[in-house]
Design a protein around this ligand. Structure first.
Ligand SMILES: C[S@@+](CC[C@H](N)C(=O)[O-])C[C@H]1O[C@@H](n2cnc3c(N)ncnc32)[C@H](O)[C@@H]1O
Length: 535
């Protein structure tokens, strides 16, 4: 848009806008943040003499409408005891997903800064004591993707994780393992070369290239950015109707290309997850790369390449972008994507993601290497209600097992599953299928498939208290237990009682809205528990 009425001082370049907003909000606003606001149609883009400008007034209005008011709003709804420091809103996404924390997607992890807050040696108005010190041993009996293990390492503490889901222990151990980076680079490059050669047998890459060109032309015409998104925000367009109409309009172009390049879409069988959720060419490439990885000798390199492959295939499932987290139906054609506001396509080759994630993984592992301490972290696979921790640990690391037996663990930092929210095995069904990992869905505490009813809640209380009772055998007497929970049904007082513990403190933390649409103020509690009969 050209500026007609130019008010001096109102229009800013992206750089100036980032400075102005940082001053105004008293927190760092990067030029990327400003571009984000433009790209998502929150503020308009103006042009003058070839420069992109934004309006200061519009920016101010935007911030007044949401960000600045959030804290006041949250506190009025959830109480002034809300510990805003635990919102971690000063951290950018790159920091909350730093180094190995983003080696693989995992739904339901806590952010590393939350773990640091409780494990490190600072104190503040809310955290009045220091609970752990270097050299301590921390337990996370619901280890998930290993966030606590990684942070324990950074802080010079040993840690043991336990998870019932084999794939979760696998992610956790991959994160804390120490690698020969050169070897990972060498082996992954070799596999990439072989994959490229394999791809020459088909025309998938040429097909994708032409399809992308056609999509580009079509999307520029029918979904110009950022005007289209702004029109949707202002409700000038019925997105559903318009999107469907254009989806239909593109389909013949897509079908013509599929025919031209002889592309096989669906697989014949739909029996397994791998059969159902991947297009034929993608499936062939997955099997090809996995066969190469299986042949590697160094088991540690093999494991991390498996993790990269798993992350790759997760991004290549035949689903729409908006259904990535909760799969609905497999797709095999182009579709209107409400997330990106244009026509998108399924994936026909894993090559791009394989290359991207290989590079990303190497960078993340190298970054973590610069922070690592000489400490031990291991995640065991098992049911935390019953596991014989020392016996299981002995099987993988005898020395560590005898240290734990002698010294005992100093406490727990963990987030148990929430009642009836997530099926932890099912969210990585593709990996169980590919790697043939054993599933133990029935031993999950509080899975989605058991619901949130009375029976589910009772079995949850029983389950979490048994985990704590079992863990106590391995803890020092004056232990500190921290459990992050969304305790809407007020189950934790009973859990503590059953485990012979008392709740000595509760830290209420705001969980910030991920999107502007989701306006509900919401908090979770970090329960601090100690032995009931200990002073
Ligand atoms: C909320 S998640 C933990 C997430 C973790 N804090 C992170 O940052 O990745 C809960 C975990 O508990 C595990 N779990 C459920 N039942 C279990 C059981 N009986 N024994 C051990 N782990 C269990 C689930 O597999 C899941 O990974």
């Amino acid at each position: 848009m050209q500026i007609n009425l130019f008010e001096p001082g109102d229009f800013l370049t992206i750089q100036e806008a980032s400075h102005w907003a940082s001053e105004y909000l008293k927190k760092k606003v990067s030029t990327a943040n400003i571009s984000y606001l433009i790209n998502y149609g929150r503020i308009q883009k103006y042009r003058e003499n070839g420069d992109t400008l934004v309006s200061k007034n519009e920016l101010q209005e935007y911030y007044k409408s949401f960000n600045g008011r959030r804290e006041v709003n949250y506190k009025s709804k959830l109480g002034d005891d809300l510990n805003w420091a635990l919102s971690f809103d000063q951290y950018r996404e790159a920091e909350t997903t730093k180094h190995v924390h983003r080696l693989h997607p995992y739904k339901g992890k806590f952010i590393p800064q939350l773990v640091e807050y409780f494990l490190d040696d600072h104190s503040d108005d809310f955290k009045k004591e220091v609970y752990f010190k270097e050299g301590d041993i921390i337990l996370d009996p619901f280890c998930g993707s290993g966030t606590a293990l990684v942070q324990a390492n950074e802080l010079g503490m040993h840690a043991i994780g336990i998870d019932i889901s084999y794939f979760n222990s696998f992610i956790s151990n991959c994160k804390v393992d120490d690698y020969n980076i050169q070897e990972i680079l060498q082996q992954s490059n070799l596999i990439t070369l072989k994959l490229k050669k394999f791809l020459q047998q088909h025309c998938t890459l040429e097909f994708e290239e032409e399809l992308l060109q056609e999509l580009n032309i079509f999307n520029n015409k029918h979904f110009p950015s950022p005007e289209y998104k702004r029109k949707i925000n202002n409700r000038e367009i019925d997105e559903y109707k318009y999107g469907k109409e254009k989806e239909g309009l593109f389909l013949p172009i897509y079908k013509k290309l599929v025919k031209k390049y002889d592309i096989v879409l669906k697989q014949e069988s739909t029996e397994t997850f791998l059969d159902k959720w991947f297009l034929q060419h993608v499936r062939n490439e997955i099997d090809f790369v996995y066969a190469k990885i299986k042949r590697l000798r160094n088991s540690n390199t093999k494991e991390i390449l498996k993790l990269i492959l798993s992350r790759t295939i997760r991004s290549c499932r035949a689903t729409t972008h908006s259904d990535l987290a909760t799969l609905v139906e497999p797709i095999s054609a182009t579709y209107y994507c409400s997330k990106h506001g244009k026509i998108c396509k399924p994936l026909f080759s894993i090559l791009r993601w394989w290359e991207t994630y290989t590079k990303d993984t190497v960078e993340r592992l190298s970054e973590f290497n610069t922070l690592r301490t000489e400490t031990k972290q291991i995640c065991l696979t098992g049911d935390s209600r019953k596991i014989d921790l020392i016996e299981e640990l002995k099987k993988v690391d005898k020395k560590f097992a005898s240290l734990v037996k002698k010294k005992k663990m100093n406490g727990i930092f963990s987030s148990p599953p929430y009642v009836g929210l997530i099926d932890y095995h099912e969210q990585h069904a593709y990996a169980y299928d590919l790697f043939n990992f054993k599933r133990r869905d029935n031993l999950e505490i509080g899975p989605l498939f058991k619901g949130k009813g009375r029976e589910a809640r009772e079995s949850y209380v029983e389950g979490v208290s048994q985990v704590l009772l079992n863990a106590k055998k391995y803890l020092v007497k004056d232990y500190n237990v921290f459990l992050v929970a969304n305790d809407r049904s007020n189950l934790y007082p009973e859990i503590a009682e059953k485990a012979g513990m008392k709740i000595v403190n509760q830290f209420k933390r705001p969980v910030l809205n991920r999107t502007e649409k989701d306006k509900g103020a919401y908090s979770e509690i970090i329960f601090h528990l100690k032995e009931k009969n200990n002073g």
